[in-house]
Design a binder for this molecule. Structure first.
Ligand SMILES: NC(=O)C1=CN([C@@H]2O[C@H](COP(=O)(O)OP(=O)(O)OC[C@H]3O[C@@H](n4cnc5c(N)ncnc54)[C@H](OP(=O)(O)O)[C@@H]3O)[C@@H](O)[C@H]2O)C=CC1
Ligand SMILES: O=C([O-])CC(=O)C(=O)O
Length: 438
């Protein structure tokens, strides 16, 4: 049976019972997933919805809301408008589909509103948000969708909520994978890797089956490097290069610390690389970074501070913040996800670069292949990136790189069963920690 026959809700009247319809739809989806994969839809067949009712003419909205062809639209987003006609008149770009997992979580609560406002993809870029939650979070997800409705963002054309990645990831061009289980008391890191690994293996398979062939994936849920590795290994039809683990928050933290020490505003700090794992072995590279265009070591002459205090402050910033806040960084993480996306969709300023955790195959630095490792990247603004070649290394940096590389190789051994690598063997270094675990 086709998706539309099974669950397409006749869209509820605005504000009346729409969330119940969406909820039922999502619940049936989770059953359907066992035996059915929905066929891929083409972009040209999609009719989109709008919240900006004054700026356009609805196709037919009177007392009865027309039937939507979207099986899992939410509330006001089920109203049917002819986006194409409007796009032409307003010279907007083609609608993009962006999936967000863990959409009812804290980071998403900041990020979704940035995405919908146009701050991230641009003010001429209409967007469809596809929110992935779970049975556990479904009500909260409805609450998020209601807040998005009430925000009246002109660029937000669709909101879908669901619990089945095979439906939510349909045709997505960006997948922001934030949802992950936090490490609980007494839980071994190997246990965390395994539990979250299962989530990212399933999501990789779903992306492989239904997402755009050129989908860009940013993995935020921890441990994000190895989760990204699991995800890409389970999505063999999508270029491995398209997968990122978020280390932009670490880059931003490092810039802030250097600016503080040098007594300059943080926009004067550039060329900041975070190497390696998003963990306490990460390496904030003060050898190649610059302040006001000068090497950091020329501006900050206290090299002991750079090697010890600065490095540790960045590595452990997440943990310190958790102690203060009682929860992990959410707002600044959302900002850094926005930064990471913008760095891929706008050209990198001449001479500068940004950090991202990317697949190491073919890297020019001699880092082991087959892992996801944060490295310096530059983009032409087309969603793709190149690794930066003109970086230098010294003994201190090389020693640190070896340590974070060893940690990622150990994490990879631990999840071998999830990446087609045979039997898992977990021998993680004892001091392996997420930034938030300090
Ligand atoms: N890379 C980085 O720089 C950073 C990464 N992080 C990581 O981002 C992730 C999300 O953080 P945040 O939004 O603050 O977390 P929240 O706890 O607010 O939300 C996490 C979401 O993950 C989902 N989840 C998936 N599986 C489970 C599970 N088994 N148990 C509980 N929740 C689960 C839940 O959504 P649902 O029920 O819908 O699945 C939940 O809403 C975490 O892994 C965190 O460590 C945080 C800061 C920085
Ligand atoms: O460990 C966490 O959840 C928080 C985290 O990654 C960070 O703050 O960098």
């Amino acid at each position: 049976m086709a998706v539309a026959e099974l669950s397409a809700p006749t869209c509820a009247k605005q504000g009346l019972g729409s969330s119940q319809l969406s909820y039922l739809s999502a619940r049936t989806s989770s059953f359907r997933r066992l035996s059915f994969r929905p066929p891929r839809r083409t972009h040209s067949s999609r009719i989109s919805c709008s919240v900006n009712q004054t700026a356009q003419t609805p196709v037919a909205v009177e007392t009865e809301v027309p039937k939507s062809n979207k099986p899992e639209c939410f509330g006001v987003f089920c109203l049917t408008y002819d986006l194409k006609a409007e796009e032409e008149t307003k010279s907007w770009k083609k609608l993009i589909n962006v999936a967000v997992s863990g959409a009812a979580g804290m980071i998403s609560n900041h990020l979704l509103f940035k995405l919908a406002s146009g701050q991230v993809f641009g003010h001429d870029q209409p967007i469809a948000l596809k929110l992935l939650g779970s049975e556990r979070s479904f009500q909260a997800l409805e609450g998020v969708a209601m807040e998005l409705e009430d925000s009246l963002f002109p660029l937000l054309r669709e909101v879908q909520i669901g619990i089945d990645p095979y439906e939510v990831f349909q045709d997505v061009e960006w997948a922001l994978l934030i949802g992950a289980k936090p490490r609980g008391p007494g839980m071994e890191r190997a246990g965390l890797l395994d539990i979250n690994g299962q989530i990212f293996a399933e999501q990789g398979k779903a992306l492989n089956a239904v997402a755009s062939r050129n989908v860009k994936v940013i993995v935020v849920g921890n441990p994000c490097n190895t989760n990204a590795l699991i995800c890409l290994k389970n999505a063999p039809d999508i270029p491995a290069k398209n997968f990122h683990a978020l280390t932009r928050l670490d880059e931003n933290r490092a810039k802030c610390q250097l600016a503080l020490k040098a007594g300059v505003f943080y926009d004067k700090v550039s060329n900041m690389t975070i190497w390696g794992n998003h963990s306490t072995t990460q390496v904030p590279d003060f050898l190649n970074a610059r302040i006001n265009g000068l090497p950091v070591k020329e501006v900050i002459t206290d090299h002991k501070w750079l090697e010890e205090e600065f490095t540790e402050n960045v590595q452990k910033r997440g943990g310190v913040l958790i102690k203060k806040w009682g929860r992990s960084s959410a707002a600044s993480t959302a900002v850094s996800i926005a930064d990471a996306i913008r760095s891929l969709v706008t050209p990198t300023p001449e001479g500068d670069w940004f950090s991202s955790g990317v697949y190491t195959d073919g890297n020019p630095y001699g880092i082991a292949e087959g892992i996801v490792f944060s490295m310096p990247c530059r983009s032409k603004g087309d969603g793709d990136y190149e690794l930066v070649k003109d970086v230098i290394f010294d003994d201190y940096l090389l020693k640190r790189l070896t340590k974070t590389e060893a940690e990622l190789l150990a994490e990879r051994r631990c999840v071998a069963h999830l990446i087609g690598g045979g039997v898992a063997y977990c021998d993680l270094p004892e001091d392996t920690m997420l930034p938030g675990e300090m």
